[in-house]
Design a protein around this ligand. Structure first.
Ligand code: FUB
Length: 663
C-alpha cells in the first residue's frame, strides 16, 4: 500500500468520493456534527503499523496515532483540515500506544470540545481526554488531565434539551458533565462489577443493562421528537450490528427497538456510527473495510440516508457503495459505485497494489447495466463525456437517462487496438474514450451505463463543456494577452503518431517528421475554419479557436473533438498583423513535448527532447516581425503526456511584445 502524501497533513485537500467518502487514508468510527451550516467529520484514523513494528502494537490489531478533521458542504467533496492531535501531544497518554480510538466533538458556548480515548501513561487502560478549540478544525488545546473517574473508550456527548450535557462512553455508560465540560458531576454514582474473581469500579450508570449488549461499544445518542435515541454497535451473532434503544430521559431507562444496520457481509468485525440531520435529511455515518478487504482493522467511512417510520422507529439502513450526495456532472463521477445494477455486474479493484484507487465495474454482456443516481446536469450545456474504460475486445458503451430503456445521452464504440489485448493509454491509465452528447438531461437525474455487446470495465466518467478551454474565434482582431501570449490559433485535429515514449524526439526524428512533404503541404495556404483536409488515410479538420488559457491545451482540444490525446502530432497556425516592422524580437515558446516553429515559412525554433510546458522554455534567435501579415505556425508532437504550448514574442529585455493583433 502506498504511504500517504505528507502534504495531506499540512494543507486542506479536496477529496471527491462516493462511498467510502475519504480515499486518501483509512478512516473509522465517524462522528459527524453539523457546525455553522457545514458537516464536520471527526473519525479515528487507522494506519498500517510503522516499520519496524513497535513492540507496543499488537499483531493484526488497530493502529491509530492521530486524528484528522474533515468538512463538507455537499457530503460529496470533503476537505481534509489535517491532523488536530497526535498521541505524542497527549500529556496523560501513552505516546507509543497507537490507541487513539473513536472520538466525538461538540460545540458549547462558542467553544469546540473534542473528546477522545487513549491508553493512559500509567497503564491503567483507557482514559478519556478533552481538547478545546475556537473553531471545529482547530487548533485544539489539550486539557492536561483525562476526565476523572471515566475509564473506557468511545466518548459521545449529548447536549440534551433539558439543558444538561451527558457523557456516554464504552458499553453505554452515562454521566452528567459539569458546565466546564471537562469533569463529570461529583455525585455521579459508581458501580462495582465482578469479572471472575476480579472486581472493577465503573462510574456512571449503565444504560444498556438488560438490553442486547454483548460487546457493546461506540454509543451515539441523539434527540428526535422528544425521545432520546441511544444507538450502539454490539455483537449479535459473530460481528457487530448497529442497534438502538429509546427513552424519554437521557439516562434511561432505555427500551430496545431493533437494528439500524445488520452485520457487514464482508465480515468486518466492527461497525461504528453517528447520525445527523443535515438540511432536513437524516444521515447515518458508519464504517466498513472497503479499502482493506483482507484486514478489518483498516476501515473507511461511508454515509447513507436514514429514515424514520411515522411511529419514530428507524428504518433499517442498507449499506451501499453509492452513498449519498448529488454529484455534479462536470466532476469525476465514480460510476463503479453504482446505486443498482443487473445481476451480472461486478466491481473489482482497479489496482490491487493501491486499493485507494478504488474500483471498476464490469459490463460482461449485451444488456448488462448499472445505474448511478443523482447526477446534476444543470451546469452542462454543449457537452461531451469522457469515459475511462478497459476492454479486451471491440465493444461499445451507451449512457442512457434513468434506466436501460431511457433516452440515450451518449454512446461510443470502444475499440481495442492490439490483438485481443486491452491497450492502455501511454500514461498507464485506462483508455479514455470520448463521446459527444446526443441529448443533455436537465437538472438532477440518474445515469444508466449499459452496452450492446459487453466485455468491458468502466471506471469513472466525466461530462465536460466544450467551451471550457476554447471558444470559437470571433471575426474581430484579437490582441495578445497581458503577458503577450497568443491565444488565437487554427488547430488541426491531431495526426496519429503512436510513440510510447518521448525519448525518440531527437532533432533528426523531428526534422524528418516535420519536413515530410505531405505534412508540410498542410501549411501551404492558411486554412479556414472547418476546412477538411486529408493526411495519408486520415480525414482531419482545422478549427479556429480562442484559448481560454495562456497555454493552449492541445489535449483538451483533442478530447473536445473526440480524437486521440496521446501519441499524436498537432499542427497550429496563426496570422499576426503588425503596423510596422518590429525588429530584434525573439519567439519564446514552452511546449509539451517537442515542437518546431516557423515564421513566414522559415524555421525559427526547434525544441527537441522530452519537454514540459514551461513559459519561455526556448527562445529563437533575433527575428523581425514585418509590417503587415506574418504567418506563425507550429508542429507539436507528443507521446504519453498531455500536450500543450504557450507562445509569445519577447524583446531584447525579455519583456512581452504586444503591439500587434492576431487576425
Ligand atoms: O476503532 C477502534 C475501536 O473499534 C472503536 O473505538 C470501536 O468502537 C470499534 O470501532
Amino acid at each position: 500500500m502506498k504511504r500517504l502524501l505528507p502534504l495531506v497533513l499540512m494543507f486542506p485537500l479536496c477529496l471527491e468520493a462516493q462511498n467510502p467518502i475519504i480515499n486518501t487514508q483509512f478512516t473509522a468510527d465517524p462522528t459527524a456534527r453539523v457546525f455553522n451550516g457545514k458537516v464536520y467529520l471527526f473519525p479515528s484514523h487507522d494506519i498500517n503499523p510503522p516499520e519496524p513494528q513497535p513492540a507496543s502494537i499488537r499483531d493484526n490489531w488497530f493502529v491509530m496515532e492521530d486524528y484528522h478533521v474533515f468538512s463538507s458542504e455537499d457530503l460529496v467533496n470533503w476537505t481534509d483540515h489535517g491532523v488536530i492531535i497526535n498521541q505524542k501531544d497527549v500529556p496523560w497518554g501513552n505516546p507509543e500506544a497507537y490507541s487513539m480510538w473513536a472520538p466525538d466533538c461538540i460545540e458549547r458556548n462558542g467553544k469546540y470540545y473534542f473528546y477522545f480515548p487513549d491508553l493512559t501513561k500509567e497503564g491503567r487502560g483507557f482514559g478519556i481526554g478533552v481538547a478545546i478549540a475556537d473553531k471545529p478544525e482547530g487548533p485544539y488545546k489539550l486539557v492536561k488531565e483525562n476526565i476523572k473517574g471515566v475509564n473506557g473508550i468511545d466518548p459521545c456527548v449529548l447536549l440534551a434539551s433539558d439543558g444538561n450535557a451527558y457523557l456516554f462512553w464504552g458499553a453505554g455508560r452515562c454521566a452528567k458533565l459539569k458546565d466546564n465540560m471537562i469533569e463529570i458531576e461529583d455525585d455521579t454514582p459508581t458501580e462495582t462489577i465482578k469479572f471472575g474473581d476480579r472486581e472493577m469500579q465503573f462510574s456512571g450508570i449503565n444504560c444498556l443493562k438488560d438490553l442486547p449488549n454483548r460487546q457493546a461499544e461506540g454509543p451515539f445518542v441523539f434527540e428526535y421528537n422528544k425521545n432520546y435515541y441511544l444507538t450502539y454497535p454490539y455483537v449479535k451473532d459473530s460481528t457487530e450490528v448497529l442497534g438502538y434503544a429509546v427513552s424519554k430521559n437521557p439516562m434511561g431507562p432505555y427500551q430496545y427497538k431493533g437494528l439500524i444496520m445488520k452485520e457487514h457481509a464482508s465480515g468486518c468485525w466492527t461497525n461504528h456510527h453517528s447520525i445527523i440531520n443535515y438540511k432536513g435529511q437524516w444521515y447515518l455515518f458508519y464504517h466498513h473495510n472497503d479499502y482493506s478487504p483482507d484486514m478489518d482493522k483498516r476501515r473507511s467511512v461511508r454515509i447513507e440516508k436514514l429514515y424514520f417510520n411515522p411511529d419514530g422507529t428507524i428504518k433499517e439502513v442498507k449499506p451501499t457503495m453509492r452513498g449519498v450526495g448529488i454529484v455534479n456532472a462536470l466532476d469525476k463521477i465514480q460510476v463503479d459505485r453504482f446505486s443498482s445494477s443487473s445481476k451480472d455486474v461486478k466491481s473489482s479493484f482497479v489496482d490491487l497494489e493501491d486499493k485507494f484507487l478504488g474500483w471498476a465495474a464490469s459490463l460482461p454482456q449485451k444488456g448488462s447495466y448499472f445505474i448511478f443516481n443523482d447526477v446534476d446536469f444543470s451546469k452542462v450545456n454543449d457537452g461531451y463525456v469522457t469515459i475511462n474504460v478497459k476492454a479486451d475486445k471491440n465493444t461499445d458503451l451507451v449512457i442512457r437517462e434513468n434506466n436501460s430503456k431511457g433516452k440515450i445521452i451518449a454512446q461510443t464504440a470502444v475499440v481495442c487496438i492490439t490483438d485481443g489485448q486491452f491497450k492502455r493509454d501511454y500514461t498507464g491509465q485506462w483508455l479514455i474514450v470520448t463521446a459527444p452528447l446526443e441529448y443533455c438531461p436537465k437538472g438532477v437525474t440518474n445515469l444508466c451505463i449499459t452496452t450492446n455487446k459487453g466485455g468491458l470495465e468502466v471506471d469513472n466518467i466525466q461530462f465536460k463543456n466544450r467551451e471550457k478551454y476554447f471558444s470559437p474565434a470571433t471575426n474581430s482582431a484579437l490582441n495578445p494577452d497581458n503577458d503577450g501570449f497568443i491565444r488565437r490559433w487554427l488547430l488541426l485535429e491531431p495526426i496519429s503518431k503512436p510513440n510510447p515514449s518521448n525519448t525518440v524526439f531527437v532533432d533528426s526524428y523531428l526534422k524528418k517528421e516535420f519536413s515530410e512533404p505531405d505534412y508540410r503541404n498542410l501549411f501551404s495556404e492558411i486554412p479556414f475554419n472547418n476546412k477538411k483536409v486529408k493526411y495519408k488515410d486520415q480525414n482531419l479538420v482545422w478549427h479556429k479557436l480562442d484559448s481560454e488559457n495562456y497555454n493552449v491545451k492541445l489535449f483538451r482540444f483533442a478530447e473536445k473533438y473526440q480524437k486521440s490525446v496521446y501519441g499524436v502530432l498537432f499542427s497550429s497556425i496563426t496570422v499576426i498583423n503588425c503596423d510596422k516592422d518590429i525588429e530584434n524580437v525573439r519567439l519564446a515558446v514552452g511546449s509539451n513535448s517537442a515542437s518546431s516553429w516557423y515564421l513566414n515559412g522559415e524555421e525559427v525554433l526547434l525544441m527537441s527532447g522530452d519537454r514540459r510546458m514551461v513559459k519561455d522554455d526556448c527562445v529563437s534567435k533575433r527575428i523581425t516581425l514585418k509590417k503587415g501579415r506574418n504567418i506563425l505556425s507550429g508542429s507539436i508532437i507528443n507521446g504519453p503526456g498531455m500536450s500543450d504550448f504557450c507562445v509569445r514574442f519577447i524583446d531584447e529585455n525579455g519583456n512581452a511584445v504586444k503591439n500587434f493583433t492576431i487576425e
